[in-house]
Design a protein around this ligand. Structure first.
Ligand SMILES: [Zn+2]
Length: 523
């Protein structure tokens, strides 16, 4: 987003003055948070801090009590890592000693989400999806020796396993690979589940990755290697194995279990990093409940503040503004807070949590869910919005977590009278269930929903969303110049307020469904 910014700011201010309608207020927050001077609100940046201060000021204006450890803020210590690619290398060595270099960026990238070992030399074993799911009687590691090896895997899983269960086990994959003695992973992303084409996603490898400094909350501990392989160039990694990537991908796309086998190659890995300490804040405001008993229970309303900052230029633009991802969700959070505070009819307390470091792996929400500023048991639900994409009229909502808890009833009760349909995720292969902050709450036993403007699979609206992801998702063009359906944003905001109110005032504490896998995490 470049020079049209000033014009937009002026235009938006004029609109705001002329008509105080909800969409204009919502948009004004986005203009503040996602204009070029905010440099994409990267975790730990001064602009992220500025965004956090803006949100705290809005919470105060709405009349929320501070709910952090330092006023409205909950500061978190992080470690930030960046690759020094010119000092890093990856090669494959055949049994005969032939060294085949891998072109970084084109064929594979190193993930900085882990603390990589400076150098590793280890055999490679292909472990299918690399999954162990006892509930589905699925075990890719059965009879396979992965000790001291690098586990190569294809993301996804057999189609017989329900989406949320599959997504959950993929997210904790390292826990059981570590237990089995693996050194690290080579992941091949199934192109079917990828929002961003490789040519674009490879550019993000130079952006810093971040981990929570407290090792108790670092889920990647012990992983020495994490490589992502370009699916289009994956065959190189199967040389001499008697298998082609095409064959494996076809099996996966048919929803089948994958073969597992040793690859007659040794990986030679060298990684140099540039690391530093960072601090960044969650922002927390509380609207106290009106009921003497129920006010001791807390309904969380979450959205992430951060985006990915300044990166490699695309069409000459380096600023990844993150207007929809997720200034839009923060704007909805602020407007929900001010609407509910004005009514103040909520019996339970409502906690507005604007979290940091979502783009780094849901870290701010993980920190809050594990180090809450109120008793953990008193947190009864989380409602989340992340990039809800008001690109066309709101006729339905696509909801993560709908099958898991009775929060679904609250949503249906408020949506139906408005003629809004409530839909399950039509694209479970994207793992959206584990890709935003609601999942941090789910993992600590709190029932949660995350909502977006809905669409039916393969509809014209679905095409609009897919195009948006390919072109604008995590690109500099997710900016203030993109076309937005403001009426849809307004309708979404209205239904969100009704949902929060319904959950805050329901008679019973939200409950997991009897058959939900996630019930076991309940405290
Ligand atoms: Zn997001």
């Amino acid at each position: 987003m470049k020079c049209i910014l000033l014009a937009l700011v002026l235009l938006s201010t004029v609109t705001l003055r002329a008509a105080d309608e909800p969409a204009a207020k919502w948009w004004a927050h986005i203009v503040f948070l996602a204009n070029d001077s905010m440099n994409g609100r990267d975790t730990g940046s001064p602009e992220h801090r500025k965004a956090a201060e803006y949100i705290a000021a809005e919470f105060k204006k709405a009349g929320l009590e501070p709910g952090g450890t330092n006023g409205y803020f909950q500061p978190i210590k992080f470690r930030s890592r960046k690759i020094v690619e010119e000092k890093s290398s990856l090669s494959l060595v055949t049994a005969g000693g032939v060294v085949e270099p891998v072109v970084l960026g084109e064929e594979a990238t190193f993930s900085m989400r882990i603390e990589p070992a400076a150098s590793v030399e280890a055999p490679i074993v292909f472990a299918g999806y690399g999954l162990q799911i006892p509930e589905a009687k699925h075990d890719d590691l059965a009879g396979l020796d992965v000790k001291g090896k690098i586990v190569m895997l294809l993301t996804g899983g057999p189609s017989t396993i329900p989406g949320p269960l599959l997504a959950h086990y993929q997210s904790i994959r390292w826990q059981y690979l570590k237990k089995a003695g693996a050194l690290g992973t080579f992941s091949i992303q199934n192109p079917k589940g990828q929002d961003i084409p490789w040519d674009r996603s490879k550019l993000s490898r130079f952006m810093p990755a971040v981990a929570i400094a407290d090792p108790a909350l670092d889920e990647t501990l012990g992983q020495q290697v994490a490589v992502t392989i370009n699916a289009a160039k994956a065959d190189k990694f199967f040389t001499g194995s008697g298998h082609s990537f095409k064959e494996l991908l076809a099996l996966s796309n048919d929803g089948k279990v994958l073969p597992r086998f040793t690859v007659p190659l040794t990986a030679r890995v060298k990684v140099a990093i540039d690391a530093k300490a960072l601090e960044s804040d969650n922002v927390i405001g509380i609207l106290r409940g009106t009921d003497p008993t129920l006010k001791a229970e807390y309904v969380m309303i979450s959205a992430h503040i951060d985006h990915v900052g300044v990166g490699e230029p695309i069409n000459g633009d380096r600023i990844y503004n993150g207007a929809m991802d997720n200034a839009s969700g923060i704007a909805t959070l602020i407007e929900t807070a001010s609407a509910l505070a004005a009514n103040h009819t909520n019996q339970r307390s409502i906690v507005f949590v604007a979290v940091t470091a979502e783009e780094k792996g849901l870290l701010g929400s993980r920190y809050f869910a594990n180090r809450p500023t109120m008793p953990a048991r008193s947190i009864v639900a989380d409602l989340n919005t992340d990039m809800f994409l008001p690109l066309f009229p709101l006729k339905s909502l696509v909801v993560q977590g709908l099958e898991e808890s009775d929060l679904a009833n609250d949503l249906k009760r408020v949506a139906r009278p408005l003629g809004i349909e409530v839909l399950s995720d039509p694209e479970p292969e994207r793992n959206a269930f584990i890709r935003s902050d609601q999942y941090s709450f789910i993992k600590t036993g709190v029932p949660a929903l995350s909502l977006k403007v809905g669409f039916v699979k393969n509809s014209a609206e679905h095409e609009i969303v897919k195009r948006w992801r390919t072109e604008r998702y995590h690109a500099p063009s997710d900016d203030l110049a993109q076309p937005i359906d403001r009426k849809a944003a307004e309708d979404f905001g209205q239904i969100y307020v009704l949902l929060v109110e319904a959950v805050a005032n329901r008679a019973t504490r939200p409950a997991w469904n009897e058959n939900s896998f996630f019930k076991r995490f309940a405290r």
